[in-house]
Design a protein. Structure first.
Length: 404
């Protein structure tokens, strides 16, 4: 362990680190000020992605660090993530994802090793329904609104804990969705990666209001991201103390291992979803009966997901007709929201690896098509079908799938 009063990286060191990355990797790294702190310091957003792949084909990721000035480990891990993202081993992630890092959201507090802004505000809890009021919170929201990210990570530190354990947490999820299951499974993978890198980990939901998780009056960054965009949303905590802590290299290595394990999910496909990428495509419902985002590009699916999610309470009903027949599935969707021009998909399944005989939506026979028909695939024991409902209107809709 290390005993030291040094608090690093400082805001100036963060800026210098980013500047060097830009100079060395001008085709990969772009940095820009997305706001100013209360005292006029720049709040930087650093984008890393491949210029060789169109942005429309990429998932969007937002990594937020330094919202509390006396939690230097968040800034430390953010810089470690940037260093990895420009490396050769991150080439697949750069091709498939656009990653934006805010490495030091609260530079005024970081400059004096303080938790809150000089005005006593906590930017990480500044996301009420009406929008942020602090310049730091507004900067985070401006980037998030532009990205509508598939993934958001808010990186913090367990200040004053010294040589203890790190944490991976997630905010409350909507009932009757796969979201809790997905977050818990990914968090467990992240924790295992962190432990293999050398620091013990704890995983659980954001149950303490101070994290901005369970209490709506504390609108934290992860809760905001899930609420507005249905992002996969995680909060990480790294143990530290100014007087005694694990070596900075150990904290950075473990924090980066968790981020790498998480980013890997954006490069692969969940077996119960058709498209590769982060498992936030299922808007409401479950993998076996649910509403999914549609579109042939990541950008189209992002627009479909966010529009449907912002009308999630208008999906009053999605029921399967019972008793179910083995090779004929019928579903009733009752939607009472605003028109959704980007459309949605109704996902269903049947046991076994079957061929699809016919798919009908409101009596209209659909043809195989990812834009205005249906598509199908198998996992290890089922046949999945998504019926695309383009330009969804309010009302009751019936979907019928016959298998051979």
């Amino acid at each position: 362990m290390v005993v030291s009063k040094a608090v690093r990286p400082t805001p100036r060191e963060v800026e210098a680190h980013v500047r060097k990355l830009q100079e060395r990797h001008p085709r990969l790294v772009a940095a820009a000020a997305v706001g100013q702190s209360g005292q006029g310091r720049p709040i930087q957003a650093v984008t890393v992605t491949s210029a060789d792949v169109p942005d429309d084909d990429k998932q969007h990721v937002l990594l937020v660090a330094g919202q509390h000035g006396n939690e230097e480990s968040g800034r430390l891990v953010a810089l470690a993530a940037l260093d990895w993202l420009v490396s050769r081993t991150a080439s697949e992630t750069r091709r498939k994802q656009k990653v934006v890092v805010l490495p030091c959201v609260n530079p005024d507090a970081a400059d004096v090793d303080a938790h809150l802004t000089p005005g006593g505000d906590d930017p990480s809890l500044d996301h009420p329904l009406g929008g942020a009021r602090t310049p730091e919170g507004k900067a985070v929201e401006a980037v998030a609104e532009r990205l509508m990210p598939e993934l958001v990570v808010d990186m913090h530190a367990r200040g004053f804990t010294g040589c203890s354990y790190d944490m991976v947490l997630w905010p409350p999820m909507k009932d009757y969705t796969e979201d809790d299951n997905v977050h818990h499974a990914i968090a467990a993978e992240m924790a295992l990666a962190g432990e293999r890198a050398g620091i013990p980990q704890v995983v659980h939901p954001l149950s303490w209001p101070g994290w901005g998780g369970s209490d709506p009056s504390y609108p934290g960054t992860t809760r905001y991201a899930y609420r507005e965009f249905k992002s996969l949303s995680f909060l990480t905590e790294t143990c530290e103390d100014n007087s005694v802590a694990y070596p900075a290299a150990d904290r950075a290595r473990s924090g980066l291992a968790k981020i790498r394990a998480l980013l890997a999910h954006g490069n692969r496909r969940h077996p119960k979803l058709y498209y590769s990428g982060y498992s936030c495509q299922m808007v409401v419902g479950m993998f076996l009966t649910g509403i999914v985002a549609v579109g042939t590009s990541a950008a189209e699916r992002r627009a479909s997901r966010v529009a449907a999610w912002r009308n999630r309470h208008a999906f009053r009903r999605l029921d399967r007709y019972n008793p179910e027949k083995p090779r004929w599935k019928k579903l009733l969707l009752d939607y009472r929201g605003e028109r959704l021009p980007a459309g949605v998909g109704v996902q269903t399944f049947a046991r076994g690896k079957l061929a699809v005989r016919s798919v009908r939506a409101d009596g209209r026979r659909l043809r195989p098509s990812e834009t205005d028909g249906y598509y199908t695939w198998h996992d290890h024991c089922s046949t999945f079908v998504v019926a695309v409902l383009r330009d969804l209107q309010a009302g009751k809709h019936e979907i019928s799938v016959r298998y051979t």
